[in-house]
Write a protein that binds this ligand. Sequence first.
Ligand code: HEM
Ligand code: HEM
Length: 242
Amino acid sequence: MELSDVILLLHPVIAIVVVFPLLGVVLNRALQVRQRRLTGSQSKIPAGVGQEHVQLGRWLTGSVVGIVLLALANDVLGNIVQHNIWTQEPFKVVLIGLTFGAAIASLMLLYQAKSRLWRGAFATLSSVSLIVLGSQDGVYRKTEQWYFSHYYYGVTAAVLMIVSLAILLEIYQDKTHRWRTIHIVLNSIAFVLFIGQGITGTQSLLEVPLHWQEPYVQKLYEQQCDKKPCTIQAPSMPQKPQ
Ligand code: HEM
Ligand code: HEM
């Protein structure tokens, strides 16, 4: 396998090995937190489940944003290298690099921030950075089928995780449970989106070719071979020495 194929596979591998198991535990603890709160002091569920949900939830936010950045970096940087954008628009490439830096730095600062103003500012900055990076050339957004797009679901789920991290203190401080209800509603949506990511991601894996298959598959798409019969002749590829 080429290095580019290994880099392509890093995103799905981390999603399957790290993100989804983490999501399962976060969800399990979430249901226990709720059950314990509604049952009151007679509950047999240990008091630590709230803390476990939050600790693992913080990891979940970081890992989801991390794999989104990884996939976007692969798409955007791959496009820059393939089309030699650095020589044509170096300023644009620098700006893209800075946006990746801003996304990572603002998320790290969000983990540290205490005041409402800073949490709002860093959550906005990290979400906007993801959206700006996702709008770059090379990202397969599938906008015509946005309702079943791995990109739109993924970025929305990542932003919802960032929001969860940002409103963490409010959930505890608000005696009326308004923020708690907002958290439950938003993250129930996020959970459905994660299931969607499992489905659309697997579909993406079938659609994205390995490096050596690329010229052939490119021709299949160009000639719309899914709609009509066609014969493809791929451009010759440089042969690797045996
Ligand atoms: C898909 C992911 C998630 C789901 C489905 C989820 C769902 C829930 C549910 C059902 C509760 C219990 C609410 C109640 O007491 O009635 C809860 C509590 C809470 N969640 Fe989440 N959550 C998720 C991710 C996160 C993340 C990423 C964070 C923060 C980084 C977070 C922070 C909290 C906090 C602070 C509480 C209050 C815990 C307590 O009362 O001790 N959650 N969540
Ligand atoms: C937490 C779950 C996930 C999130 C938030 C997520 C998010 C994303 C995003 C934002 C992209 C870039 C847009 C695109 O190229 O479509 C992407 C690409 C991709 N994802 Fe996921 N994904 C998740 C899970 C998965 C899973 C489970 C798989 C496969 C089993 C997968 C396979 C892929 C593939 C093959 C690509 C294309 C990579 C590329 O072109 O560089 N993803 N993902």
